[in-house]
Design a protein around this ligand. Structure first.
Ligand code: FEO
Length: 389
């Protein structure tokens, strides 16, 4: 696939991995993107995951016509992109690695070699002249590893964005980007919002015509859509005013309450997403919580605490800097319900949270009184945040 007359896609598709990074389900697969740049001098942008080296080297040879690349540019040392370094350096003994100085110790740690005689260390503002185009390097520490270094082809406005703007899935359809890109972002990069914002500020000063990430499709149209979403995500602002109901249920009674509550909200015209935390993909639940303006948590008291998947979920949100949301609680307990208190305490350290005044308590199962409380909470959430109705 040609990105432009100088840049060709040489990445691979992984349709076999079930859990990316050991925790994120990828039912639609994932791509490990790599690019060949022919600017008279030639460069390869990053490599691929273990097991895909052979097909990737074939792609490279087709794109390059068999020429040895002058440079291998390593934007990021995580093994889903760096596992082909050894194969390329052995296949092409003349190739020189260009990367952040912090990458080389990691290279030695992962692969036992750091190529002291075949490397160029680059930092922020450095550039690499390929002849008919020039790459400018932009360091992006902690987006989402410390050594991340993007490259911008200032001749054609092509941004090689490392993991930023990456997406799970193999489909090329840009229209399917938002959901799986959000799940990727909040799962993997979300903790580092301030660092992503710094990067976006840099990118805003460039004339970007295409974004080439390390996962998912090359983004060529409507660049503002992608940078706009990233801006919202990085600043922890909700993407919509939907209500995400995340629940757990031991015998089905908390689930019934969550469903009744969701139905009432929908009847009031609100967009509702619900998930059973014991069964859903946790990374999808995390993404939903960050994208929606309101979070409703419903769970049982369990061992004097809360049901374990709910604890895991709230911890996952906190680890990623969850903030600036309205939250409400539905608790269930047969003899000493206290899960609302525990959940609120867990979220109270998150900045900018607003907690609903109405709490819903079930003693084992729904009653007229708890249904009325749920209705009161639904009415409260359908008012403006901080409002009285
Ligand atoms: Fe896709 Fe951070 O590796």
């Amino acid at each position: 696939m040609e990105i432009n007359e100088r840049i060709k896609y040489i990445g691979v598709e992984d349709r076999t991995t079930d859990l990316f990074e050991g925790q994120y389900p990828v039912p639609d697969g994932i791509t490990y993107n790599s690019y060949f740049i022919d600017g008279e001098k030639t460069a390869v942008m990053d490599t691929v995951a273990e097991g895909f080296e052979e097909i990737w080297l074939e792609n490279l040879k087709k794109a390059s016509g068999g020429r040895a690349p002058d440079y291998l540019i390593v934007q990021h040392m995580e093994p889903d992109h760096s596992s082909g370094i050894t194969a390329l350096m052995e296949t092409f003994p003349e190739t020189v690695i260009v990367s952040n100085a912090k990458s080389f110790p990691m290279m030695k740690q992962f692969f036992g070699e750091d190529y002291p005689d075949r490397r160029i260390a680059v930092g922020d503002g450095d550039s690499l002249d390929l002849g008919s185009c020039r790459l400018e390097f932009i360091t992006a520490p902690m987006v989402h590893w410390p050594e991340v270094t993007l490259a911008y082809d200032s001749t054609d406005g092509v941004l090689f964005s490392a993991d930023a703007f990456g997406r799970f899935g193999i489909s090329e359809q840009d229209g399917e980007w938002d959901g799986e890109a959000a799940r990727y972002y909040f799962g993997i990069v979300g903790k580092f919002g301030s660092q992503v914002k710094k990067l976006l500020d840099r990118v805003a000063g460039l004339n970007v015509t295409a974004i080439c990430p390390l996962h998912g499709p090359v983004l060529k149209k409507d660049i503002g859509h992608y940078t706009g979403l990233y801006g919202k995500w990085a600043s922890y602002q909700p993407e919509n005013d939907g209500i995400f109901i995340a629940y757990t249920s031991v015998y089905g009674n908390t689930k019934k309450a969550a469903e009744l509550f969701g139905k009432s909200l929908e009847e009031k015209g609100r967009m509702v997403i619900s998930a059973d935390l014991s069964r859903c993909d946790m990374s999808q639940a995390v993404s939903n919580a960050f994208r929606c303006g309101t979070l409703v948590l419903a769970t049982t008291t369990y061992n004097g605490d809360i049901f374990p998947p709910m604890r895991e979920f709230i911890s996952a949100l906190k680890e990623r800097g969850f903030r600036n949301r309205r939250a409400a609680f539905i608790e269930n307990g047969t003899w000493a319900p206290r899960s609302a208190k525990v959940m609120e305490e867990m979220l109270s350290g998150c900045p900018g949270m607003e907690f609903a005044r109405t709490k819903v308590t079930l003693m084992s199962a729904l009653t007229d009184a708890s249904e009325e409380a749920a209705e009161a909470l639904a009415q409260e959430l359908c008012g403006a945040p901080g409002g009285e109705n």
